[in-house]
Design a protein. Structure first.
Length: 173
């Protein structure tokens, strides 16, 4: 029975890693300048200042957190292309992403990457809505530190945006 459980856990772990979940150490390179302005496999135009990457199998639009273990610098990139097509390399970063993690001097570096959908999401909180009639009502709204969420696509959602808009409206009156 113990052997079956061990076999199942090893098989499950290998399947999870093969789909790109969890943290992986891989060889990474970055795009040469000659690819700037060319169309990627996803149909988008590659721009060397964008935070994008190429991966052979991950779906387009997947967000990855890439970390250089030599200096602990990290960057979030979006899969927009296929490749690299060089044996032993797993990910091809844009020039901007490679600069952010300090690997441009090396050309090829060992990096760690993790799919952001592998991180469990925190449950959404119910947001209390308040109708603001005047500047006095505005002062009653407290700024909460836990009101900011970072979504997998790196967008930041701030619930206090209503307060800022109300302040601007009260200044106009």
């Amino acid at each position: 029975m113990k052997k079956i459980i061990l076999l199942l856990s090893v098989a499950t772990t290998s399947v999870i890693w093969s789909y790109g979940y969890g943290q992986q150490k891989v060889k990474a390179s970055y795009y040469a300048n000659k690819f700037h302005g060319r169309k990627t496999a996803s149909g988008k135009i590659y721009h060397k200042d964008s935070l994008t990457c190429a991966h052979k199998t991950l779906p387009f639009g997947t967000i990855l957190k890439v970390r250089n273990p030599r200096n602990n610098k990290e960057v979030y990139v979006k899969v927009t292309d296929r490749g690299p097509f060089v044996r032993g390399r797993t990910i091809d970063l844009s020039l901007a992403a490679a600069k952010k993690i300090g690997m441009t001097g090396q050309g090829v570096a060992t990096v760690e990457f993790m799919r952001m959908d592998a991180i469990p999401k925190s449950p959404k909180k119910e947001v209390e809505r308040v109708k603001i009639h005047d500047a006095e009502s505005l002062k009653k709204i407290a700024i909460r530190k836990d009101s900011m969420f970072i979504e997998p696509d790196n967008t930041i959602i701030v619930n206090d945006s209503v307060k800022i808009a109300a302040e601007l409206l009260s200044l106009r009156q």
